[in-house]
Design a protein around this ligand. Structure first.
Ligand SMILES: NC(=O)c1ccc[n+]([C@@H]2O[C@H](COP(=O)([O-])OP(=O)(O)OC[C@H]3O[C@@H](n4cnc5c(N)ncnc54)[C@H](O)[C@@H]3O)[C@@H](O)[C@H]2O)c1
Length: 353
């Protein structure tokens, strides 16, 4: 059922100018990746609506970008993504500010990290543990669910947009229906000392993988960016110390990955990991090796496609269990299907409960 375009050929350039005349709504656009995205898209002629909780930073950024680029269609709207009504207002405001009365791309970017009560030593002498602060889940998971729910309301209503297709021509058709999610390397791997962050970003991956199975019903395309540690204000000094010696990535590479997704409307249901720029070569078995620049057949990249094909490159256990379950379904055949349908209808009438 997954309506996915083929793996992205990262050696092929895209044109950032394809974002021209698109209306893009971004949450958490006042800082870090968000600020980088807004600048790039404004330079290329998009209308951008930044929704962020930080009014001073968001307002100053928008004014500065307007001045630098001459693009006055860059707007700031206060929004707290954890507040449903605040997000409803942001989307309504974006539609009002849009020159064509619709939204082409929604970027669910707002996120936080920080001290996690689940990592604090519990006071075992207390009669009961105090209610924990789950703000990281509220922003990085519930906030993203709200943004996604609103995106699936507004994107299909985008005037003159059609169902997304990998055969579209991004140079000719600025109208789009696109949701871009910000996951993380923590969507794919464990992140020590940040369990809430890890849980929330795994949730974003689950959201992406589940929604792209049905997204074609609304004609919406959905993609995901999973950055490794990148130098932005979200990384506190303590984590910077922990990360000492490890390479971090660059905001410009995240902006590159996000802009490719936003600009190229032919990309459906894909995920890109962004890390430090490395010179790599892929072995015949598909393993990536870090090699010297002079190595023939090697190239430098900061972007990797995650799950280029879900059932070929996904981890061995998932692949094995999915294959087994599919084989079982095939072995049960139409008789198994019909039996289950009869049982389901009977269950609806109260039998077998
Ligand atoms: N920097 C990294 O290493 C890294 C790695 C992987 C994923 N990410 C993800 O990328 C996204 C952007 O992060 P960043 O690195 O640019 O961080 P950042 O701190 O520079 O920017 C995050 C923005 O979100 C805003 N925000 C926070 N809470 C909000 C709320 N309740 N409502 C609205 N806006 C809110 C902040 O004001 C800020 O402008 C986040 O989802 C983050 O989890 C970052």
């Amino acid at each position: 059922m997954i309506r996915q375009s083929p793996p992205i050929d990262l050696s092929k350039p895209y044109d950032a100018a394809w974002v021209k005349d698109k209306t893009i709504l971004i949450t958490g656009g006042a800082s870090g990746f968000g600020a980088g995205f807004v600048r790039r898209w404004a330079e290329n002629g998009a209308t951008v609506i930044v929704g962020d909780i930080n009014v001073a930073k968001g307002d100053a950024l928008v004014r500065q970008i307007q001045k630098e680029t001459g693009n006055q269609r860059v707007n700031f709207v206060h929004c707290d993504v954890t507040d449903w009504q605040s997000q409803v207002n942001l989307f309504k405001e974006a539609v009002k500010l849009s020159p064509h009365g619709g939204i082409d791309t929604v970027v669910a970017n707002a996120g936080i990290a920080g001290p996690d009560p689940m990592q604090k030593p519990t006071d075992l002498s207390a009669a009961e543990p105090p209610k924990p602060d789950f703000k990281i889940m509220d922003v990085n998971c519930t906030g993203v669910l709200y943004t996604t729910h609103l995106a699936y309301y507004w994107l299909p209503k985008n005037p003159n947009s059609t169902a997304c297709s990998m055969d579209s021509d991004p140079s000719k058709q600025p109208r789009d229906r696109h949701l871009l999610l910000l996951g993380s390397i923590a969507s794919l791997a464990a992140i020590a000392a940040q369990p809430q962050y890890g849980a929330a970003k795994h949730a974003v991956l689950g959201l992406f993988r589940s929604l792209r199975a049905t997204s074609s019903l609304q004609g919406v395309r959905i993609n995901l960016v999973c950055p490794y540690f990148i130098d932005t204000p979200i990384i506190p000094p303590s984590i910077r110390v922990v990360l000492a010696g490890a390479g971090t990535g660059k905001v410009e590479d995240v902006v590159d990955a996000g802009t490719r997704f936003v600009a190229d409307s032919r990309i459906l249901g894909r995920a890109l990991v962004v890390g430090p720029k490395l010179n790599v070569k892929q072995s015949h078995e598909g393993e990536w090796e870090l090699v010297a620049r002079s190595t023939p057949g090697s190239h430098e990249t900061a972007l990797w496609e995650a799950y280029a094909d879900d059932w070929e490159e996904v981890e061995a256990f998932s692949r094995g269990i999915v294959r087994l379950l599919n084989a079982y379904q095939v072995s049960r055949g139409w008789v198994g299907w019909a039996t289950d349908v009869v049982k389901a209808v009977a269950y609806g009438f109260g039998f077998g409960r």
